[in-house]
Unconditional design. Sequence first.
Length: 72
Amino acid sequence: MLQATEVIKLILEKGKPLIGQFLIYNSLETEFRSFPVRKNPLCPLCNDEPKIKKLVDYHEVCQVNTIGASTL
């Protein structure tokens, strides 16, 4: 539910989205905590010059044989 709410906030450009934040929910105490998360400058996806720019087909890239494999 929280993830869906975050998407709606981004789409509608309303509220304060949790960009750059890590949210922890403690269900035993019914508490939320958040703290900032920095980008990893070595990350190939989210650094200033990303190497990964599009999604790829996992089966094609990894050469996975799907014959006889069950799907979820």
